[in-house]
Design a binder for this molecule. Structure first.
Ligand SMILES: [Zn+2]
Length: 114
């Protein structure tokens, strides 16, 4: 099949009809504007976590002195994985680095059970 430059039938992806209906020669349009139906939009919510510090505490699950990470988490509305709008306030948590258990920051002041 031989295609002549400029004479190939350029078809609309949605309708299958030759594009550039206003062009009597059926040539490819020079510019094409994206419509809302042509764009795939990735959006949703994500949780972002920011580590504030670390140390040693007595883990209520492990019953052992363990290291922890204190972090701040916040949900965001994202578009194309770019966080744009925060949802609610930030929440602090303490996570044991061994068992992965997450606790309220008050666990750092708790006395270990004897
Ligand atoms: Zn633990």
């Amino acid at each position: 099949m031989v295609r002549r430059r400029g004479a190939a039938a350029w078809r609309d992806g949605r309708t299958g009809q030759p594009a550039a209906a206003g062009d009597p020669h059926g040539r490819r349009p020079r510019t094409r504007c994206a419509t809302l139906a042509d764009v795939i939009l990735f959006f949703g919510t994500r949780v972002r976590r920011r580590v504030l510090g670390s140390g040693t505490f007595h883990c209520p699950y492990c019953f052992q002195p363990r290291t922890y990470e204190q972090a701040e988490t916040r949900s965001w509305i994202h578009v194309f994985w770019i966080p744009l709008i925060p949802l609610g306030g930030a929440q602090e948590e303490v996570q044991c680095t061994v068992c992965g258990g997450r606790w309220a920051p008050a666990v750092l002041q708790a006395e270990p059970l004897a």
